[in-house]
Design a protein around this ligand. Sequence first.
Ligand SMILES: Nc1ncnc2c1ncn2[C@@H]1O[C@H](COP(=O)(O)OP(=O)(O)OP(=O)(O)O)[C@@H](O)[C@H]1O
Ligand SMILES: [Mg+2]
Length: 469
Amino acid sequence: MNWNRIVVKLGGSILLIVLIILLPLGFVTQQIFSGFYYSKVQDQLMDLSKRYAESISSVDNTQILQMFETLATMTDKEIVIVDSKGKVLANSGLPSFENGRKVTMKPLLLKEEENVPRYEYEDPLLDESFLYIGRPIFDEEDQFIGSIYVFSSIGPITQSLEVIKNLLILAGVGSILLASGLIYFVSKRLSRPLLDMVSVTRGMAKGELHSRVGITTGDEIGALGRSINDLAIELESYRTNRKEFFASVSHELRTPLAYVDGYARVLKEGIYETEEEKERYLSIIEQEAARMTKLVNDLFELSKMEEGHFHLLLEEVDLIEVVESTLEKTQLKAKEKGLRVSFDSVISIPTIYADGLRIEQVLINLVENAIRYTEEGSIVIRLLSEDSYVAIEIEDTGIGIPESEIPFLFDRFYRVEKSRSRKYGGTGLGLSIVKHLVSLQNGSIDVQSKVGKGTKVTLRFPIYMEESS
Ligand SMILES: Nc1ncnc2c1ncn2[C@@H]1O[C@H](COP(=O)(O)OP(=O)(O)OP(=O)(O)O)[C@@H](O)[C@H]1O
Ligand SMILES: [Mg+2]
């Protein structure tokens, strides 16, 4: 038996409480009842003995004594009358007080009326206990001539007390049994779902993330079960993501590594014919190495953002300056492809509260995408001021993106048409980083595109207001 189980702890505590309450309660009840009975009998004895003592004025008249004896047999009390020396003169039915025997019991003195102690007498012949009160008898001249003792058996009292005691024990045992049954039922209800959770979480620790806790209750235990289920779902998706992530990373690294490895071997073994060929191979190796460096840097940045260890230097940002700097940095790439990047500038645009360098990083990413996925035509950047937002649009006349693919653009490593990726040289991390950077700066990003016509990416950032800072 496991003494550490809830059912044992809870049950033990409740039983202990029941016992702690029942035992003193039983004892006190017993005391109250017995006190009540004894004082009632004693009152009767006091009253009766007084009346008897007062109505006797002579102890010589045997007729009168016999009358008292008969009177006593009609009640449930016994009387014994003794003379001034203590010799028994009359006895209503206690065999040990036979006539003529000397009695040593002392009658009450008058001043003892208050706070009379409990006088008890055990009859050796009847084997029975009695309460008694003795009173002195005086004649007409106030001379002490004898005493009268009135006895009341305490047999009925002890019997009644016994009955009460038995009733109390019965009630105690009954309530303990009832409490035990109830505790067992409640504890089972409490511990069953907990044991279920233990087995599910142990399974989770071993990697069985598909099992779930079966919950029916809406209480705290139910809430715990639901959190465990949520945790299992979260872990499961984390595990799937991690698998996909490693598969993607190794896939992304394998191709450039194969290129580097292949061309390095060609160069080492001198399997080339002209110097130009050699130069071409060397520049491929250089490009692939640069591609891997970018991949690793991008991954590092993404993981920092996802873990929340990413610090932004927030300040008032003038977007016109940022767009102009972006244009400068992307000019060369656009020129190489014979594309024109233009900026629809306005004289003034409200400032935003953001990290200027990170906004520039976002814009460079988007403009580079526009250049990379546009063969001919132009790219336009627009700055617009809407109610409480500033919008930045980057529009191209490129190959476009099918509508069904748009929701996935921001996923890590996601590229439209994997086969064309090498031709364009992307790794599919750019937009994922963009999305994180934009939302870290309270912005939003929206993509509209038509295949063969072009793509428009719109960024929105809240306008900076003095009092909002
Ligand atoms: N302006 C665009 N026109 C057409 N397709 C685009 C455009 N921008 C993005 N895409 C598509 O979305 C995919 C994801 O873009 P993302 O910027 O995340 O990756 P990438 O450009 O391939 O690689 P990276 O930016 O990491 O070098 C791209 O592979 C491309 O297929
Ligand atoms: Mg990109």
